[in-house]
Every structure is written in structure tokens, then in C-alpha cells.
Design a protein around this ligand. Structure first.
Ligand SMILES: Cc1cc2nc3c(=O)[nH]c(=O)nc-3n(C[C@H](O)[C@H](O)[C@H](O)COP(=O)(O)O)c2cc1C
Length: 227
């Protein structure tokens, strides 16, 4: 049984983004047994990031004690595959998706989703979807998670892009044999490694210690790290 976690940045029950993801996963379920958890801003209590930066220094967020972010993080870390979806709000992700990403920003320094693959989905009435999926793909890359399927759906096509089965196939392949890295992740790894190496002097640097403990400095590429 493979575990899939979905977060969609909407604060309502009826969502075309969510509907499309359910359709893709229905197809996946025909080939691989999956256990899917769906989360949205509506189904969870997620406080707004306060901008204190403590997560970067301590890998802890005080807000996690008063809302559901800890549960969501645990779910994603335990998952085999992660899906992020957002409606297009003026050529960007929705506010709830952006806040979700802000709350996870420190994961971008530690490749927290390494070893997993993901999918990103945007839904628009007519325009701006490409910007949203490109951004979500980049965020996933910073989390160390190669995106194997990317959907950009529009109401003008009744949200059916004709690619549901194709996306499902890619997810099935990835569940059987996850892709380890891609060009963006490789580049992020090389840059971050240089930054982290400069921090060796700082004894109590949580991020540097994390990199050391997890052997991030011992390899030449992100792909080797995952292997
Ligand atoms: C605040 C707001 C801004 C929006 N901006 C855009 C936009 O820039 N381009 C567009 O095509 N649709 C835009 N839309 C429409 C939604 O992206 C579209 O209805 C989408 O399919 C909703 O997805 P959902 O059903 O998952 O919420 C906007 C909607 C809202 C509420």
C-alpha cells in the first residue's frame, strides 16, 4: 500500500483542483493500491506564518502547537508521494497555498521531501496556470521532491485536459520506482552546499548540524545522496 498526501490551497469543499486530483488518483488506484489523505485550508486549522524565522534556527514552529501543521508535516514526511494543488489567484497561488508554503520554508534548506516524488496542479478560469505550476514545481524542488506530473487545468475546457490517464501512469511509475533528482534540484544542492560549508564554524547551527548528521556534505550530487 502506497501513501499519498494531497494539500490543496482552497478554503471551500467544492474545488475543481481537488476534483481533478481525485480523478487522477482514481486511475492510479486501478493499478496500485493507494491510501490517500486529502487536506485543504478548510479541513485544517493553519495559522498565518508570523515571520519570526525561528523555524530556520530551530526546525520548530511555535504555531505547530496551536494548529494542525505538525500533523500535516508528519503526514507528508511519511508519504510515498505528495501532491500540491492551487487555484490561480491573479497569476499566483492562492493565499492559503502561499501560507502553507511559508510555514514549510525551512524545509527548503534541508530537502525534507527527498526520496519522494510529487505532482503539482493549478486550476484557472482562463489564464495564469503556467506561472502557478512553475512556482509549485520550484517549491517542490527546494524540498528535494522531483515533480513527475504537472497539470494546468482550465474551466474553458471544463477542467478536463485529456491528460488524466497520462498523469496517473506517471504517478504509477514513480510509485514503483521514484525519480531521484532533476536539474533544478541538482543546482539547488550545489549552491546550498557551498552556503552550508561556510557555516561550519557555527557550533549551534541547526541547519549545518542537520546537513552533517544526514551526510549531505559527503557526496558530490543530490542523486548520489538519495541513492
Ligand atoms: C481571488 C481570485 C483570483 C483569481 N484570479 C484568476 C486569474 O488570474 N486567472 C484565471 O484564469 N482565473 C482566476 N480566478 C478563477 C479561479 O482560478 C478558477 O475559478 C479556479 O478554477 C478555481 O479553482 P477551485 O475550484 O479549485 O477553487 C481567480 C479567482 C479568485 C477567487
Amino acid at each position: 500500500m502506497k501513501k499519498i498526501v494531497v494539500f490543496v490551497g482552497v478554503d471551500k469543499s467544492e474545488s475543481s483542483t481537488l476534483h481533478y486530483i481525485r480523478e487522477v488518483l482514481k486511475e492510479v488506484n486501478k493499478k496500485v493500491e493507494i491510501d490517500v489523505s486529502y487536506y485543504t485550508q478548510k479541513s485544517l486549522k493553519l495559522e498565518l506564518c508570523k515571520g519570526c524565522c525561528q523555524c530556520f534556527y530551530t526546525h520548530k514552529c511555535n504555531l505547530d502547537q496551536i494548529d494542525h501543521m505538525d500533523l500535516l508535516k508528519k503526514e507528508m514526511l511519511e508519504a510515498d508521494f505528495v501532491i500540491l494543488g492551487s487555484p490561480v489567484y491573479l497569476h499566483n497561488v492562492s493565499g492559503s497555498m502561499k501560507n502553507f508554503i511559508d510555514r514549510l520554508s525551512y524545509w527548503s534548506h534541508i530537502f525534507a521531501l527527498r526520496g519522494k516524488n510529487g505532482m503539482v496542479v493549478s486550476s484557472a478560469d482562463s489564464n495564469g496556470g503556467r506561472l502557478v505550476v512553475d512556482y509549485l514545481e520550484r517549491v517542490m524542488a527546494f524540498f528535494g521532491c522531483p515533480v513527475v506530473a504537472s497539470a494546468n487545468i482550465f474551466s474553458v475546457y471544463n477542467y478536463d485536459d485529456g491528460l488524466i490517464e497520462e498523469h496517473a501512469e506517471k504517478i504509477v511509475d514513480s510509485l514503483k520506482c521514484p525519480i531521484k533528482s532533476n536539474k533544478i534540484i541538482d543546482a539547488i544542492y550545489i549552491t546550498l552546499k557551498k552556503i552550508m560549508e561556510c557555516r561550519a564554524e557555527r557550533e549551534n547551527d541547526v541547519e549545518y548540524q542537520y546537513w552533517k548528521k544526514n551526510h549531505f556534505f559527503d557526496v558530490g550530487s543530490f542523486e548520489t545522496l538519495i541513492k
